[in-house]
Design a protein around this ligand. Sequence first.
Ligand code: UDP
Length: 472
Amino acid sequence: GEEAPRRRVILLCSPCMGHLIPLVELARRLVADHGLAATLLFATATATPSDEYLAVAAAVPDGVDLVTLPGPAADALPPSASVRERVAHAVVSSVPRARHVALSLAASAPIAALVIDVAFTPARGIATELGVPVYMFFTSPYTVLSLLLHLPELDATITGEYRDATEPIRLPGCRLIAASDLPSPMLADRNSEVYAKFLHGAKECRKVDGFLVNTFLELEPAVVDSSISGLERPVHALGPLVWTRPAAADKDHECMRWLDRQPPESVVYVSLGSGGTLTWQQTAELALGLEMSQHRFIWVIKRPNDDPLGCGSFFGARNIGADEDLDFLPGGFVERTRGVGLFVSSWAPQTAILSHPSIGCFVTHCGWNSVLEGLLNGVPLVAWPLYAEQRINASMLEGQLGVAARVKLSNGGLVLKQEVAGTIKCAMKNGGAETLRKKIRKLKDKAVHALTPAGSSGHALAEVSNLWKPGT
Ligand code: UDP
């Protein structure tokens, strides 16, 4: 007889590359390994899709349908709107279109579940309408999910500003979180709109049927300890899901050929993710610190930006063309580092770079995908957290896991060049990296095993897929 159509999972992604990349990998696994079909809908935040998005879209694996939901008009929000506001706006404006696509998919094949990222809670009603469960795919550590789910409780019991708290935040089974490491919206005034929206978002997160977290049991054993008072929702640790399939073009990128010519473990890779930016002064300190470290480097460089949160290029505002555009760097720096340093001014093939044997350490803003990619390649990390939950990630990596050296801020709030050079030294060969490398390689082995069918994450994904295929 005719084969019944596969049950389809619909995944909704807000305009964040750091959400899209692991969601693509989740969709790929559901299709390739678990007999489901997958449609991934991406809400664009800009009038035309960014180069970053097009680069990721070009590498979407066979079997995963990627649908671009058109972005709002360029002038829909004032230029001063924050990244959070732009993401929220893009999501809300895309819900009617997402609903339309979901309903037409449901007309031709059974839908198994709706999977949303943390920003897509306004689309929950689509799952109700389709009569399917809604799961949240959480792209940061479980510790951060636990913080969000406990936030209403913390809000009710902690008085005063969180940033003034002398006691760290305690979450069941998780590492303590120092007040100064809290996510940016919690460091804002508690009567601010930023905090109010964050708290609202946290409450919305509780209204899903279950959580899929991009972490693994051996990394965050607290995931089994996920009892949140009054909230009985399953938490499945499925990670580390990272971009495993670099585009064919990645292998031909000039930086890969350059890496081929460098000695093993000799190159510092510097990237602050898709959104991270530094001020003019901080960019200069980083440059001079790299030079002072006397190591070779690849620097995914962006024009300095005064964004106080440090996420000024979130929607792909790349504006560097050729070498002469690097005029913001300290005088003579480009000439002095010629042959030693390589600048990449557009989307870098990060997973290909990190897997190259010439890479010695990774200076990262601690975006969770970057962290997992570093980990899966066994590369020691230099933690330079900027915004969102990145300070929590940095603290886990340094204090709990011992796989990173974290930069310290000066009294003026800058990472000074001596600090840059010193921290890099600690993460490179002959400078103390042996311990970091040993630990991260151990963790890598556990991560690789977790993803196998017999491992904790492989098992969890099979379990979730079975939930979504009743009767099979
Ligand atoms: N990335 C990349 N090339 C770049 C910048 C980023 O491939 O030039 C990828 C990186 O490998 C990671 C993702 O984009 O998968 C960034 O996610 P992350 O969570 O590290 O940081 P975010 O950009 O969300 O702050």
